[in-house]
Design a protein around this ligand. Structure first.
Ligand code: ATP
Ligand code: MG
Ligand code: FE
Length: 356
């Protein structure tokens, strides 16, 4: 089975073709991603209207490139998948309309993909991982722990009460003058820093639930920056690196504590330890991956994470989520509406389309 996937929910315009492999997992035949970094950099963050226009300018070309690289014509596809939410509505509409138009013109099934399910199922494409698994979803807009029991079957253990973890990385990058996009910049700065120099809080650590909170940590970084500037003038490179490292260490410790709680609950439900998966843009961070591998090992479980390039937004994850739904017999009508808000727990397991 071969599926084209289109992703336009934030600031990446992406198109990819994936194919199911014999047995488990899949193969990526092409994966084109265009990041709109330069368009948004002057504003220090994603501007929705600029993003929508950029998607409109580039999506057709990216689809053509993805098809050419895969060496396929539209007639050879088994389906077309596009992100229909959650995300910035202008961008989502561009990708969804493009996918629907291609499906309609070529008489192929259309699959309306939830962007978060794309992140959630990527490890099944790359590693052929079986259900069930515990998912730590850490991205620009989300921070959640969920039991993943099947396609469309998610049970939430906990989530952030305020900021998403990627959002915290982006805000801290801004505070430190590291620019946009923030996550990779903080990781780079932290690599040369002293994680013990600044004492920062570990919000929610030790609490009996699986929830998160990052706004207090971000405020603590702002106060530490203000204090350092007051004492010694504008931040030098050393101070920046130490602040970035101290922040990243605090995040790592919180994620470890929350994931350990969830792993214990998941093992109790399952009767044995189950795999921990980390996905979403923040999962690209190598020191966080290492920290999570530690807690998984301590719980007798394995950590499975997509390669860093498939943690941040891409078309392959959307194509794959579409393929998983299609091969269970599901497709969506062409009047399926875009959804700016669409939590994973509101998804349902695919139900085959009734024969017409
Ligand atoms: P969502 O998936 O919740 O809708 P999104 O699609 O905008 O949000 P992703 O593309 O999945 O988010 O992830 C982007 C986020 O990941 C940004 O906040 C970015 O700073 C963060 N990020 C990317 N690379 C790293 C890294 N190496 N370390 C930490 N954070 C990172
Ligand atoms: Mg992005
Ligand atoms: Fe994402």
């Amino acid at each position: 089975m071969r599926v084209l996937g289109i992703e336009t929910s934030c600031d990446e315009t992406a198109a990819a073709v994936v194919e199911s492999a014999a047995g488990r997992g899949g193969r990526i035949l092409s994966n084109r991603v265009l990041s709109q970094l330069e368009e948004h950099r002057p504003f220090g963050g994603v501007v929705p209207e600029i993003a929508a226009r950029a998607h409109l300018d580039h999506v057709d070309r990216l689809v053509a490139e993805a098809m050419a690289e895969a060496g396929l014509g539209f007639a050879e596809l088994d389906g077309v998948a596009a992100t229909v939410g959650p995300g910035l509505i202008g961008g989502v509409l561009v990708g969804a309309m493009t996918g629907k138009a291609i499906a309609a013109v070529h008489g192929k099934p259309f699959v309306a993909v939830n962007h978060l399910e794309g992140h959630a199922l990527t490890v099944r494409l790359t590693d052929g991982l079986d259900f069930p698994y515990l998912l730590l979803l850490v991205s620009g807009g989300h921070c959640q722990l969920l039991a993943v029991e099947g396609v469309g079957r998610y049970r939430r253990y906990g989530s952030t009460l305020d900021d998403a973890v990627g959002e915290a990385f982006d805000k801290v990058a801004k505070l430190l003058g590291l620019g946009y996009p923030g996550g990779p910049a903080v990781e780079r700065a932290a690599a040369g820093g002293d994680p013990a120099r600044f004492a920062l809080p570990r919000p929610m650590k030790g609490r009996p639930d699986c929830d998160f909170s990052f706004s207090g940590l971000k405020t603590a970084v702002r106060q530490a920056v203000e204090k350092a500037v007051e004492a010694a003038g504008p931040l030098d490179e050393r101070a920046r690196a130490d602040l970035a490292a101290s922040f990243q260490a605090a995040v790592a410790e919180v994620l470890q504590d929350r994931a350990a709680r969830a792993l214990a609950r998941f093992a109790a439900e399952l009767g044995r330890p189950g795999p921990l998966v980390v996905a979403g843009g923040v999962a690209a961070n190598r020191s966080l991956r290492a920290a999570l591998a530690e807690v998984a090992a301590a719980a007798g479980a394995v950590l499975v994470a997509p390669p860093p390039g498939l943690c941040t937004d891409n078309g392959a994850m959307i194509a794959w989520a579409g393929l998983e739904r299609l091969r269970l017999g599901a497709a969506d009508p062409l009047d399926f509406r875009a959804r700016p808000r669409w939590p994973l727990e509101e998804l349902s397991a695919p139900v085959p389309e009734p024969a017409q």
